[in-house]
Design a protein around this ligand. Sequence first.
Ligand SMILES: [Zn+2]
Length: 236
Amino acid sequence: MQQLGFEFSAFPFPYEVVRSRRKTLVIYVKSGKVEVRAPTKASIKWITEFLTEKSPWIQEQLTEQRRRKKQQLVLAEGTSFELMGQPLTLRLATAGRPRAVHNGSTLTLFLKERSKAKVEKLFLDWLQEQAQAYMPNKTRYYARELGLEHKLGKVTYRKTRTKWGHCDESGDIQFNWLLMLAPKPVLDYLIAHETSHLRYLNHSARFWRTVESLCPRYKEHRDWLTNNGHRLWPAA
Ligand SMILES: [Zn+2]
């Protein structure tokens, strides 16, 4: 793939043209950036016309991405967030050994130095502990409900942008522990979803019926994740 620099133009947004051995033009709008993938010899005129035609759509995407970005979790003094649906307020204290203390409706992060990276690390470590205390048990519970406990492998965690959870052939299940910040029924839905993959490693109608047997209102929770999932990510 040949990478060309940003080309500023008559459009109200900068864009980048990436040329390669493809036959058609396609536009990607990701993380607030516009990228046009074009055939090696595509003319500027063709690309410009295509951009003109797609301009309203591109601007819509950019606006939506900005809106979502603003809704991301900001880890600062006084931030409100929810742990499995329970409202908590974040407090930052500069004292003593770094640690997270959850007391009633307050989570206090004690730090030597209040840098964004340190706050985020301490918060995410704490969140992963909460996940560890809940997710494996709930997964085993659902696996038992399905009579598939023998198929369940390890439960681990990872933070990926693309997936909230993952289940593989060996029965190992991975969760994104940021799900602990979602309402509890949504969290449970995702656990039910991955556990149901122990029976069907696909998204067939039978798979969804299995999910439904564990989680009758799964559609609602799935929609919640589609529409609100971005709010669970700490702002970059
Ligand atoms: Zn799935």
